[in-house]
Design a protein around this ligand. Structure first.
Ligand code: BGC
Length: 483
């Protein structure tokens, strides 16, 4: 009898394996991803091929990293996930003091009109300014806006498309700084000057580079996924803004927007049926393919789709009620994946708590094991794919020691993401290149303020060296780069 039972068990596991094997990819598959990604990056950097490239490689106009001498009081905004934050950042060399408040963005606003969105943001800023008694301060503002934008200046950025959970009408193609400025005029009497708009990946890099000279790559693993890095200006065929040779090195931070990698079908060789299903039911089908295989907005849902499939095949939760929350789209959050993978013993405390929350009934310890196994496969693929992206950048930059600044809820809270990524990057980078992944604290807030501060520092330098008057209204001047 015991031997018959174990043969049955084996069959069940073999069956389960056949439904999840698509997540287990060979080293050569990740090398193929790297080659394709690098080619797409090169296409994105060239003027004649950027239009057709999925990865837009947007030059950001951020051309200098902080040198530690930045100081002053700044407002910073952080828009891009489910929440919106307003921050008051005080910089004094390496001392940074931050006060912040988080405001919820209701779904009706995320899917409403641009006017509603920017009015809501302006209202939040108005409240924050009153609460902090800043009404009479003329504050420079750094805006972290975490969506793909074509920058036309440090404080001029046209939205190229919405991603993640946002789809506000009438914003694509518009300058988001102007929309914010108009909303501020409509709704408040705050005196702010938007000095810089940055992507969260760029903010993260700026924030970490403040204390680490080897840091030239920024990575976000949160609701969305993206990376940026410092590129030599000679390689940026899309840079048509002249130079300010006096004060900037010949370099610029590139916001890769690599979440869109695979939109042309080049990743189809590694996408599973679950990836296709997730995409079909998303608000942006056929867009952000790489992001959908990695980031926090989607990972939980991929796991859920696998669990549902296994359950329909009678390989899991055989006596669960098919009306429970597990069977509802979007109900399996990525934080559950982190919680489940944090279970280290056979008691499966976190896993059971998640299954209880999802109202799954009559599950067994065997079921818990399978659930955890599925989570580990989906998150390992996500971590390895992000690692392949980073290894591509590390190899391209080809520096002996490279620090990568990382931020985002997925990276922060997942118990194994960091280690999985390090393991895979080691396997994929050129021999001899050393790297370090370092958690960047409050990249979005501090990073936006630092970018604003660097820009003001350079602007003042330019004014001093060109003999311009110091008191001139900052808002009317060209910022660092000649248009
Ligand atoms: C956006 C990026 C952003 C990333 C992380 C993506 O969906 O396109 O601009 O950096 O999410 O927030």
């Amino acid at each position: 009898m015991p031997s018959t039972r174990s043969a049955e068990q084996l069959t069940k596991y073999e069956k389960i394996e056949s439904f999840v094997k698509g997540f287990k990819l060979s080293g050569s598959a990740y090398k193929r991803v790297m080659a394709l990604l690098h080619q797409e990056m090169i296409n994105g950097l060239k003027h004649h091929s950027q239009g057709g490239a999925d990865i837009k490689m947007f030059p950001t106009f951020v051309r200098s990293l902080p040198d530690g001498s930045e100081c002053g009081e700044f407002l910073a905004l952080d828009l891009g996930g489910t929440n919106f934050r307003v921050l008051l950042v005080r910089l004094q060399g390496h001392d940074v003091e931050i006060q912040s408040k988080t405001y919820l963005i209701p779904q009706r606003i995320m899917l409403g009109t641009g006017i509603q969105l920017f009015d809501h943001i302006a209202d939040c800023i108005g409240k924050f300014v009153v609460e902090h008694d800043l009404q009479n301060h003329q504050l420079p503002l750094g805006f972290t806006f975490s969506f793909p934008c074509q920058q036309e200046g440090l404080a001029k950025a046209r939205l190229s498309k919405w991603t993640k959970g946002f789809r506000c009408e009438g914003v694509v193609g518009k300058d988001i700084c102007q929309l914010l400025q108009e909303a501020l005029q409509r709704r408040t009497n705050c005196h702010v000057e938007i000095v810089a708009v940055v992507n969260d990946a760029v903010g993260t890099l700026m924030s970490a580079a403040h204390g680490d000279r080897n840091c030239e790559i920024g990575l976000i693993l949160g609701t969305g996924c993206n990376a940026c890095y410092m590129e030599g200006l000679d390689n940026v065929g899309t840079w048509k803004h002249g130079e300010d040779q006096d004060h900037h090195p010949r370099q610029v931070i590139i916001n890769t927007e690599w979440g869109a990698f695979g939109d042309n079908g080049c990743l189809d060789f590694m996408r599973t049926e679950y990836d296709h299903e997730l995409d079909t039911f998303s608000i942006n089908p056929a867009k952000q393919i790489m992001e959908k295989m990695i980031s926090g907005m989607y990972m939980g849902e991929i796991v859920r789709l696998v669990l549902v499939r296994l359950s329909h095949e009678n390989l899991l939760f055989t006596s669960a009620d098919r009306d429970c929350n597990l069977f509802e789209r979007g109900r399996f959050y990525t934080k559950y994946v982190s919680e489940i993978e944090s279970d280290t013993d056979e008691f499966f405390r976190n896993t059971k708590q998640v299954l209880d929350e999802l109202q799954v009934e009559n599950y067994t310890t065997e079921d818990c094991k399978v659930v955890k196994y599925v989570c580990t496969l989906v998150s390992a693929r996500a971590a390895f794919l992000a690692a392949a992206g980073l290894a591509t950048l590390i190899n391209r930059l080809n520096k002996q020691d490279m620090t990568i600044a990382v931020d985002g809820s997925l990276y922060r809270f997942h118990p194994r993401f960091h280690n999985l990524m390090c393991l895979k990057i080691k396997e994929l980078v050129k021999p001899g290149l050393k790297f370090k992944l370092s958690l960047s604290h409050d990249g979005s807030g501090k990073g936006a303020a630092l970018t604003a501060a660097v820009s003001l520092r350079l602007r003042n330098l330019k004014m001093t060296t060109s003999g311009e008057e110091n008191g001139k209204n900052l808002a009317t001047q060209t910022i660092s780069v000649k248009a």
